[in-house]
Ligand binder design. Structure first.
Ligand code: ARG
Length: 587
């Protein structure tokens, strides 16, 4: 279906074209003075020079030309030549009922479906997951949901950090603790034990331990580096250990991501492409893509017009180890061979901007993939109230599971305060608290422009008032409860006939869904969808305050409002679902 704003643009565009002017001048937009009219067209201002006429005169001619069209109730001209447009009652009515019949609540699908990889999440096997990974997960998930809903073919990959020095740290630290394990015996020829030699807790203990020692002691660092190199070169015991590390940490991560409601198609990691690296490097060398630099092998990516100095991408360190950029390039090669994406989005902290700039330029230079097919979707940091990156009270990294249980508790407190869920059984209450807690955290993150930093404030996130996740869930649940009562009373939906201003405003809000979705996806900006669902909920509130539903005696009016309420709920739940928010049935 076509949103009203587009129908109007087509109508006005035709009138501009009739005057021999570009139809694009007829672009109608939602008015920034809704008190004057819901829509406006500013094309007359752009047309003046071309038509050698005053903008007001052009606006007058256009207004005259659309007079009597079934879409139009009234027009007026403001200022230098803005054309204000009030749609007709039949336009509102047709639009509302078309939205009801549309299973996608007005959202169109793309005409140009693409194969898209979303690379996000990206936790590291050795290190605990921190709030940066949470942001990546929440934003990446919203993007994968929006892209799928728009009709793209999406493959998401968690892309675990399971290669490089962190693995060398783990191996050497374990060696010091349990030197008798067969993984460290070079002469061992038996099967590798199936039972992992470490637990998740061991992993989170071993890494910081090793990292701290290596920082203080050069020799200790050297051992980690050497172990990393041996692992990459394929030392069987180390490879077997790596498999255990990955499996153990994956089990923990799966539980965490499940709790977060985020799912990946692929659980690949940096280590998966190791075997591709030697041939890739030989090929780069043969084609003259690489250079030697002080013992390291690099790809120079600097360009003449660079404003900032671009350091080269290091393919092999002077010790001969593959680095982060190397695995990212090999991953591009792997994806090209096996998935052949049109577009890859990397949803990763903005502080890795330079890394991705290097990788994309190198991939382009090496002829792997064009830079226009690779996009870094960066984001800002989550800060504590002190303005520094968010930490636990003890100053450590906040773990995802702790963060979620914190949110859960805060949600439960809020419910108790507000008397929400009174009379419901414990299991239902726990489920509601879980949904509210998740909605609080996710929405608080997504509602910001991606690149801005924000302050973590659980109190504000879990409030039932304001632009919060809990407010939106509550708004949806309230409509569910109205609809349940209507059903109990045997009331039916009918055709929507918007009469009052609040009803028309709600229809317009609903009609904005498609544009919000398109913008949010095109700009990779979930906050635009957040804004839409919030506006929708606000408009519903105003409508509900002005237009009684159940007590309304006039049957046509009541059944129209009931249909409008149901449509609102459907679109609200769809929108919230695309942001990764799950609505409870009652509160
Ligand atoms: N493991 C990385 C980190 O924790 C994120 C990985 C992002 N994806 C990628 N293809 N580089 O910073």
């Amino acid at each position: 279906m076509t949103a009203l704003v587009q129908q109007l643009s087509i109508l006005l565009g035709g009138k501009f074209a009739d005057k021999g002017l570009p139809a694009s001048l007829g672009q109608v937009q939602v008015s920034d003075r809704p008190d004057l009219a819901p829509f406006q067209c500013n094309g007359a201002l752009g047309a003046a020079k071309l038509a050698k006429q005053s903008p007001r005169d052009i606006a007058k001619e256009i207004a005259e030309a659309i007079k009597g069209d079934p879409l139009i109730a009234q027009t007026s001209i403001a200022g230098p030549g803005f054309l204000n447009i009030v749609p007709s009652d039949t336009a509102y009515e047709a639009q509302a009922n078309a939205l009801v019949s549309d299973t996608r609540c007005g959202a169109t699908k793309t005409d140009t479906p693409k194969k898209i990889i979303v690379d996000f999440g990206g936790p590291n096997v050795a290190k605990p997951m921190h709030v940066g990974h949470l942001r990546s997960s929440v934003i990446g998930d919203a993007l994968q949901r929006m892209a799928r809903f728009a009709g793209h073919d999406v493959v998401s990959d968690i892309h675990l950090g399971d290669w490089g020095l962190q693995m060398g740290h783990l191996i050497t630290e374990l060696l010091d603790e349990k030197p008798d394990l067969p993984y460290f015996d070079k002469d061992y020829t038996g099967h590798w034990p199936e039972v992992p030699p470490v637990s998740l807790n061991d992993l989170s203990r071993l890494y910081p331990q090793a990292a701290a020692k290596a920082k203080a002691n050069e020799m200790r660092m050297y051992r980690s580096r050497r172990a990393t190199k041996a692992l990459q070169a394929g030392q069987p015991g180390y490879r077997a250990l790596l498999r255990h590390f990955i499996a153990v940490s994956r089990a923990g991560l799966e539980a965490d991501f499940d709790a977060l409601g985020v799912h990946f198609d692929l659980w690949k990691g940096e280590s998966d492409v190791n075997d591709l690296i030697p041939a890739m490097i030989e090929d780069f060398k043969a084609r003259g893509v690489t250079q030697d630099s002080e013992g390291a092998l690099i790809i120079s990516v600097a360009r003449k017009d660079d404003k900032k100095k671009q350091p080269p991408l290091i393919l092999l360190s002077s010790e001969g180890s593959a680095l982060y950029g190397t695995t990212d390039l090999a991953t591009i090669l792997d994806r090209k061979t096996n998935i052949n994406p049109d577009l890859t989005l990397y949803v990763v902290d903005q502080r890795q901007g330079q890394h991705f700039e290097q990788v994309f330029r190198a991939a382009d230079k090496a002829g792997l993939m064009g830079e226009d097919m690779l996009e870094h979707i960066g984001f800002g940091t989550v800060n504590g109230k002190d303005g520094k990156p968010f930490k636990t009270r003890e100053g450590g990294v906040m773990r995802l599971s702790d963060l979620l249980s914190m949110a859960n508790k805060a949600a439960r407190n809020r419910m108790d305060e507000a008397g929400i869920g009174e009379g419901l059984d414990e299991k239902t209450l726990a489920d509601i608290a879980r949904k509210i807690g998740l909605a609080a955290i996710k929405f608080a993150d997504l509602r910001n422009q991606r690149l801005t930093n924000y302050v973590f404030d659980m109190d504000r996130f879990t409030a039932f008032e304001g632009k919060t996740g809990p407010y939106l869930l509550y708004a949806a649940v309230r409509i569910k409860s109205i609809l349940r009562k209507a059903q109990d009373q045997g009331l039916q939906n009918g055709a929507i006939i918007p009469q009052k201003g609040e009803e028309k405003m709600l229809v317009l809000a609903l009609d904005g869904f498609d544009m919000a979705l398109n913008n949010a996806w095109e700009k990779r900006a979930p906050h635009i969808l957040c804004e839409h669902v919030f506006e929708l909920a606000q408009n519903f509130s105003r409508f509900y305050a002005a237009c009684p539903i159940l007590p309304e005696k006039d049957e046509a009016r009541r059944s129209s409002r009931l249909a409008l309420a149901e449509l609102t709920l459907r679109q609200l739940e769809t929108g919230l679902g695309l942001l990764g928010l799950d609505t409870p049935d009652r509160m």
